[in-house]
Design a protein around this ligand. Structure first.
Ligand code: ZN
Length: 234
């Protein structure tokens, strides 16, 4: 649906008919060379896309931009690095190193979550992409250096992230090659929050029967996109 003028064009963005914009020739040129490659991949159901410079990598899922904003990678959870006297988790430093090599000092594209742009620590929640379009979180999950975690808030990248996780599990890549810590006979999952628990965890036992899912092993829970409870650490 397009209407052409002498020098410009008024056009409807195909998937967002409400967003009608009037474009002059200079704007069109700018759009073509700069904005289009940044905006188009986001589409209308995705969040806001921005091209930014990554100044520093904090760990496998958090970075600092040159403008000072902290970005927390959306849809994944990387193992902790040692901090505040805590020893960290296996592969935490490896995840940080791989993330650092991918993005530190580089221009990247971030797609900021529309539903939750900031978390409670004021970090920007976003999917992060290399300039070649690769999804950084997906690369880390595929290498077994992060888990795919939506906590029940799926978006357009959730399926890709879960597929990468299933692949990493089947190859025993990274964290998936570790022996399970104190395995249980079964685990309790919550189909709403997509978290799972050890059988004795009070958070798990509070799960309503409607949302309760029983997993015979933790890997079965991970293959379905469930993430471990922070309290009982299954
Ligand atoms: Zn728990």
């Amino acid at each position: 649906m397009k209407r052409y003028f002498l020098w410009g064009v008024s056009t409807m963005i195909p998937c967002c008919p409400s967003r009608q914009i009037l474009l002059g020739p200079a704007t069109l040129l700018a759009l073509f060379y700069f904005l289009v490659p940044v905006l188009l991949p986001a589409g209308c159901d995705g969040g806001t896309r921005q091209r930014v410079l990554c100044k520093y990598v904090i760990d496998g899922d958090t970075i600092i931009l040159s403008d000072g904003r902290r970005v927390r990678y959306q849809g994944i959870n990387a193992p902790e690095i040692p901090h505040d006297g805590q020893p960290g988790e296996p592969f935490g430093l490896r995840a940080k190193e791989v993330n650092r090599r991918l993005v530190q000092g580089k221009f990247i594209d971030i797609e900021i979550s529309r539903n939750q742009p900031l978390d409670r620590y004021n970090r920007v929640i976003a999917h992060v992409f290399l300039r070649n379009g690769k999804h950084v979180g997906e690369m880390l999950v595929r290498a077994g250096l992060a888990m795919a975690c939506t906590y029940g808030k799926q978006d357009r990248y959730s399926k890709r992230l879960l597929a990468a996780q299933r692949s990493a599990i089947s190859r025993k890549a990274g964290i998936w090659g570790l022996p399970p810590d104190r395995p249980e006979d079964y685990y309790i999952g919550n189909s709403r929050s997509l978290r799972f628990h050890r059988p004795w965890c009070k958070n798990g036992r509070q799960t309503s029967m409607k949302n309760r899912v029983i997993f015979k092993s933790r890997l079965k829970a991970f293959k379905e996109g469930y993430c471990p409870c922070r309290a009982c650490r299954p």
